[in-house]
Design a protein around this ligand. Structure first.
Ligand SMILES: Cc1ncc(COP(=O)(O)O)c(C=O)c1O
Length: 396
């Protein structure tokens, strides 16, 4: 049996009738730029995540870029961001002309190590961009405390964490801005590119809306240079349909993750990370001893939405061997991410000080492997993955 890493048709085709009716409604409206569908999605997403304003944009990448622009981040500024993340987080900072300063990761939850962030603050630091990686919140109390101490702005990159919660609060709703992606593989996956910015401040929201439309207000009068960062009404309307099913998708991912933990943790050499030992929450990684494969954890104070279920394969070179083993058996898996940001060629010319001290993240880049956890995965398919992992461990 083949087990793909993701199956968008399994999620979308059961909604075919509703989606087709929605397409027809937008087609007949004749309104293809901005308007009521975009506004409705903005309100629905803002309410869903617990923020005051929602601003629909072209992608999760542009969401980060326009948020940085609205905060006047630019040349001469430094912005802290995790080095273990998807490229967009760092790429957007660099595109404003600011310098991304790469921060190490927690080996337990994979998120930004706030103690390392604190070490890397300088007089030029203007902002911090925590990423809620793989669907679990970063340690936001510590991020906000650090930001308060140094007067930093906070943009939460919640591309992978729409609907995830930290101590009851929605990921994306705690900083100056939160940004989301509707890329098809995300937990609220659209039909192409799309994104959303949320914030609680009226002035920042207004500025972001203006920047989204070339910086123009009124039309054809430009006080500043913005871009075309508009979300399509068709995309917005289709996403509104899927938002209504979000809770079922989330529950299914959580149940799938729990099933993996139950079945995989009994295999010899497999152990879960210990949630009380998170370095970004000021603790040490638990001694892993003979553990060969480490399972991801969900902290008690978090609601994890499992955008990815990411293993760590600790023996040198064995991660790639496991990937090949799974692929040979028709099981989709992926390395998120094989290189950290400080290791990327495009950042090789950044000052040495912005690229140092990321040993944990480098180790993670060598060890991580994400296996299928999407909502429509069946128990039978998960059993195929569990058996394949068992074989791999038994054969070594
Ligand atoms: C952490 C993170 N940030 C930003 C993005 C960018 O989102 P998009 O692909 O919608 O531009 C993604 C998604 O790919 C992501 O995973």
């Amino acid at each position: 049996m083949k087990v793909p890493l993701l199956d968008v048709n399994a999620q979308n085709l059961p909604l075919e009738e509703e989606l087709t009716a929605t397409f027809t409604r937008v087609l007949h409206s004749g309104r293809f730029i901005m308007g009521p569908e975009v506004e409705a999605l903005e309100q629905e997403v803002a309410e869903f995540v617990g923020a005051k304003h929602g601003i629909g944009v072209t992608s999760g990448t542009d969401a980060i870029l326009v948020a940085l622009m609205a905060l006047d981040i630019g040349p001469g500024d430094e912005v802290l961001c995790p080095t273990f993340t998807f490229f967009a987080t760092a790429g957007c900072i660099a595109r404003t002309g600011a310098t991304p300063v790469f921060v190490d990761a927690c080996p337990v939850c994979f998120n930004i190590d706030v103690e390392d962030a604190a070490r890397k603050v300088t007089a030029r630091t203007k902002a911090i961009v925590p990423v809620h990686l793989f669907g679990q919140a970063a340690e936001m109390d510590e991020v906000m405390a650090l930001a308060g101490e140094h007067d930093l702005r906070v943009i939460e990159d919640a591309a992978q964490a729409i609907g995830a919660r930290y101590k009851g609060r929605g990921c994306g709703s705690m900083g100056d801005f939160g940004t989301y992606s509707f890329f098809p593989s995300k937990n609220l996956g659209g039909f192409g590119d799309g994104g959303m910015v949320v914030c609680n401040d009226d002035t920042l929201a207004e500025r972001t809306r203006i920047l989204r439309m070339h910086g123009s207000k009124p039309k054809y009068f430009h006080r500043e240079v913005g871009g075309n960062f508009r979300l399509d009404p068709l995309q917005a309307a289709l996403l509104r349909v899927k938002l209504r099913y979000y809770d079922a998708y989330r529950r299914a991912r959580q149940e799938n993750a729990a099933y993996y933990v139950e079945k995989l943790s009994v295999l010899e050499g497999v152990a879960p990370s210990s949630p009380e030992h998170c370095c970004c929450a000021r603790a040490q990684e638990k001694a892993l001893g003979e553990t060969r494969v480490v399972l991801p954890v969900c902290y008690e104070h978090n609601q994890h939405i499992w955008n990815q279920f990411t293993l760590r394969v600790r023996e040198k070179g064995r991660r790639d061997a496991l990937r090949d083993h799974l692929m040979d058996r028709g099981i989709g898996c992926e390395i998120y991410y094989p290189l950290t940001m400080d290791q990327q060629e495009c950042f090789a010319n950044l000052p040495e000080s912005s690229r140092t001290g990321n040993e944990v993240a480098h180790r993670l880049a060598d060890e991580v492997l994400s296996i299928p956890v999407y909502p429509e995965l069946t128990r039978e398919m998960q059993d195929v993955v569990v058996v394949a992992l068992g074989e791999f461990l038994g054969a070594a």
